[in-house]
Design a protein around this ligand. Structure first.
Ligand code: NDP
Length: 394
């Protein structure tokens, strides 16, 4: 029986993964070695019972008692804390979903690679902060990493059977989010409630705000660069408000292969779960005649500077991705807490990167997990200082 684990089972990606496992036979078809969550103890316990998981882990030690109680009378083992997440990742497993949000997802996903199985990678921060390390670790253990982000899954699918040497460019699409067409004066007043209201996708709160600011697309640019090893100049972003075409690959003969699908993450998750086979997934079938028009436009990089910042990071590489992501996470926390405005997020990230570049060499070639985690901590500190200064200045 195939052994599977889900890191971040209670989140948007995690719940969709559980849904697919259930539809594909659930506990009769899969041996679930571990499910992890954070604060949503009731859901984690419910998932662990339904799938007959060996282990349920909450990332927060304060929730240990509640999880233990919720799983009383079952054979599910219970653990808590970041170390327990890593221990869960070190258990033998054939397929693991990495769907913890933020840099916290890096270590558990990284550790699963030592099993030599498949890592379905939704946690985009892993590739952004430590892409070369992750790929090298996978190669060292004969493990497979499959992209779950819809754009990268689309590129992966468009590339199947193609000659890499003939690839000219990769185009990833962005819906443009809820603020497409807004000017800077309007964006300055945007609220967290407006930012989470994504027009097409139903996602976690943090990625929804990142979509509104185009930081999500910025992370995806870096992911594309790291996962597919393609130079930054050959990766483009196209705004496509219908979110039907997820990515296109352009070849030397001028042809483009596009991947189309509904805005439902169960397609990309199901693809990664069943790869190299394709199995039925419960996503809506596209009615292109009803949709009628698919439109495309260039992103407004003046109003949304995240893409420009990502291009700087892609040129720099090394620890720049870890610094970028950590600064972005801090800025996002402060925006959600109404401590800074929507436009301040990009300003905080840019200022933090500038300070760190004066303080240390971000593009260092000697990348290690320790260096990435140290940079993550340092960038959070500096970003916090930048936020505090901006707040003092009013
Ligand atoms: P959610 O916020 O919905 O879920 C995050 C999951 O991580 C939950 O299980 C949460 O637990 C858990 N979690 C939160 N903080 C921590 C922590 N510090 N340590 C361990 N676990 C934690 O996120 P999404 O499902 O939307 O996104 C997950 C990842 O996938 C992100 O990296 C995102 O960028 C990426 N992604 C998401 C897509 C989407 O459509 N949602 C699309 C493509 C990529 P709990 O809820 O119990 O507190």
């Amino acid at each position: 029986m195939r052994r599977v684990a889900i890191f971040g089972a209670t989140g948007s990606i995690g719940r969709n993964t559980v849904d697919l496992l259930q539809r594909q036979g659930g506990r009769e078809a899969y041996h679930v070695t571990a499910l992890t969550g954070g604060r949503n103890i009731a859901l984690l316990a419910e998932q662990a019972r339904a799938l007959g998981a060996d282990l349920a882990v909450t990332a927060d030690p304060a929730n240990y008692g509640a999880l233990k109680e919720a799983l009383a009378g079952t054979s599910v083992e219970v653990a808590a804390g970041p170390e327990a997440l890593v221990e869960a990742a070190e258990r033998p497993c054939d397929w693991a979903m990495s769907a913890i949000v933020g840099a916290a997802g890096l270590l558990p996903g990284f550790r699963t690679l030592a099993q030599g199985g498949t890592l379905a990678l939704a946690n985009k921060e892993s590739l952004v902060t430590a892409g070369p390390l992750l790929l090298a670790e996978a190669a060292r253990h004969g493990a497979t990493i499959l992209p779950v982000d819809s754009e990268h899954s689309a590129v992966f699918q468009a590339l199947c059977g193609e000659d890499w040497a003939a690839v000219e460019r990769v185009i990833i699409t962005a819906s443009g989010g809820p603020f497409r067409g807004w000017n800077r004066a309007q964006l300055a007043l945007a609220t967290p409630e407006q930012a989470v209201a994504h027009p097409n996708w139903s996602m976690g709160q943090r990625i929804s705000v990142d979509s509104a600011s185009l930081f999500n697309k910025a992370l995806e640019l870096i992911e594309t660069r790291e996962f597919f090893g393609i130079e930054p100049e050959r990766i483009e972003v196209l705004v496509h408000p219908q979110s039907i075409v997820h990515a296109l690959v352009g070849f030397a003969d001028g042809g483009l292969l596009a991947h189309l699908g509904p805005a439902d993450m169960r397609h990309a998750i199901g693809y990664a779960l069943n790869w190299p086979e394709r199995k039925p997934t419960p996503v809506a079938r596209l009615d292109l005649a009803r949709i009628g028009a698919l439109t495309f436009e260039a992103p407004d990089e003046a109003s949304f500077p995240a893409l420009r910042l990502a291009r700087d990071v892609m040129r720099e590489r090394g620890l720049a991705g870890a610094a970028f992501n950590a600064a972005k996470e801090v800025a996002l926390d402060h925006f959600l807490a109404r401590g800074i405005g929507f436009l301040d997020m990009a300003a905080v990230v840019e200022e933090t990167l500038a300070r760190l570049a004066r303080e240390c060499h971000l593009g260092t070639a000697t990348l290690s997990l320790e260096a990435v985690l140290d940079m993550d901590a340092l960038a959070r500190l500096r970003a916090g200082e930048v936020v505090a200064e901006r707040q003092r200045r009013g």
